[in-house]
Design a protein around this ligand. Structure first.
Ligand code: FE2
Length: 459
């Protein structure tokens, strides 16, 4: 049964008044905090990054208030012009504020600059990343994006570093090492191998530029019906999510992209600050907002990433929830590459009120603890979605969820998923409290036309 939504004028008037008072209180708080920052800072202006961060946080806290977000941008612009700070953190803050203002094009450009300014101090290396990069170099040479004269010697240097690093990691029983902590000769090999610098030497391929203004979503999907399902259930499964051409391009990007630079245990992440800024992703976010206005209104694109799992057999990511309002998770690897599992379990539980992000957005390293946690979550109800290429699971983002253990044995076809997060969790919590929205009604998952009933199990 659909919950009643109050739309009378008095209620709306009250809502606007409450919102206005909140903004006034937040502005007062901002000015007091800034005064403190300037007292604590070294100069009259204090720390520009902290100041910009404060305006950003307050802007986000007030429902992405443009006035505060623009203050953040002005502070960053001044600091960049002064040239007194490292550019990467400033550009990242700039990109985050631009996203909240829904200026996605400018935000993507800012993230591109962040990726170029990455510091060598923060650079890490792991054997599985080196093996991945050897394959990547081969693909880039085959695609004509770098010459064999550059690619082959670089791959040789990586092999050399891999031999040394493999020994280092085995001895210390580490899976990852900071590059600057390695012996000088390994650092030299990595430098010669263009490690983590491929982004700067590979020109953007023509296929990528074609997606500046194209619609990547499947035009045959009945988005209105899906939106209605989501408003009822808080979870939908959409098959053939991208059009065939967009899926092909995303898969090429997953295999040839130079942005898989964030190391996680057994998999690589490509985040915006790593250079994961394909225009197709921006267009997908813009088109989703047009097609699902009741779900995504005032919930701008907040984060996105590609994850590539390099262990052929893996448990994937354990039980966690994401700090956002709506989560789009789309699988990109051909279905035929999946020998077993690879789907997702989406539990009915959400983190409690006031829980810190670090407490629900981290996974357990102990396999036994993880099993106990999954079993406990299942007892509260779970929606299970089977793996399939180009299938999207769309759900309220703070529902706990986990990967189904899987086997993707072909190194040329690793499991890759794309995640797009919209909006904020605190806003979802507020909506839940008002108990007048889709977020409180959960009667199980629905599948779009095309999804197989057997692919969904609801317990
Ligand atoms: Fe997640």
């Amino acid at each position: 049964m659909r919950a009643h939504r109050c739309t009378c004028g008095a209620a709306e008037h009250r809502r606007v008044a409450v919102h206005r008072n909140r903004r006034r209180r937040a502005a007062g708080l901002a000015f007091r905090a800034l005064r403190q920052l300037r007292v604590l800072g070294t100069g009259r202006e204090g720390d520009p990054l902290m100041e910009a961060g404060l305006w950003h946080v307050l802007g986000v806290g007030c429902g992405n208030l443009p006035r505060m977000l623009r203050r953040s941008l002005r502070t960053i612009k001044k600091a960049i012009a002064a040239g007194t700070m490292r550019a990467a953190p400033l550009r990242r803050m700039e990109a985050e504020s631009l996203l909240r203002l829904r200026d996605y094009r400018a935000a993507f450009e800012a993230f591109t600059k962040v990726a170029r300014f990455a510091s060598e101090e923060d650079l890490h290396v792991a054997p599985f990343r080196l093996r991945h990069d050897v394959l990547l170099l081969e693909r880039l040479v085959a695609a004509g994006r770098i010459s064999a004269a550059v690619g082959h010697p670089a791959a040789q240097q990586l092999h050399q570093a891999l031999t040394s690093l493999g020994e280092e990691c085995m001895q210390g029983q580490l899976w990852v090492a900071r590059v600057t902590d390695l012996p000088i000769e390994v650092q030299e090999s990595l430098r010669s191998a263009l490690y983590d610098r491929l982004e700067c030497v590979c020109p953007t391929p023509r296929q990528e530029l074609l997606w500046e203004d194209k619609d990547p979503l499947n035009s045959e999907i009945d988005w209105d019906a899906l939106e209605e399902d989501f408003l009822d259930n808080g979870l939908i499964v959409v098959d053939e999510f991208f059009c065939a051409e967009a899926l092909q391009e995303l898969w090429r990007y997953s295999m040839e992209g130079t942005c898989f630079r964030s190391l996680r245990p057994g998999y690589l992440g490509a985040f915006p600050w790593d250079g994961c800024v394909h225009p197709l992703l921006r267009c997908a976010a813009e088109r989703l907002e047009e097609r699902l206005p009741r779900i995504l209104h005032r919930r701008p694109l907040a984060r996105w990433w590609l994850f590539k799992y390099l262990d052929p057999g893996s448990s994937g990511i354990g039980v966690h929830a994401d700090e956002a309002a709506v989560n789009f998770n789309i699988w990109l690897t051909p279905t035929s590459a999946c020998r077993r599992g690879g789907g997702m379990e989406i539990y009915r539980s959400v983190p409690g009120q006031g829980t810190w992000t670090a407490d629900f957005n981290s996974v357990r390293s102990d396999a036994g603890q993880e099993e106990v946690c999954r079993a406990a979550m299942k007892s509260g109800g779970v929606d299970y979605v089977a793996y399939r290429q180009n299938r999207a699971c769309v759900f309220v983002s703070d529902r706990f969820h986990a990967s189904e253990p899987f086997e993707f044995p072909d190194v040329e076809n690793p499991r890759v998923n794309l995640t797009l997060l919209f909006g904020d969790r605190h806003e979802v919590q507020r909506t839940r409290r008002s108990s007048s929205s889709f977020f409180v009604r959960r009667s199980g998952a629905s599948a779009s036309p095309g999804a197989q009933a057997s692919d969904l199990r609801i317990s």
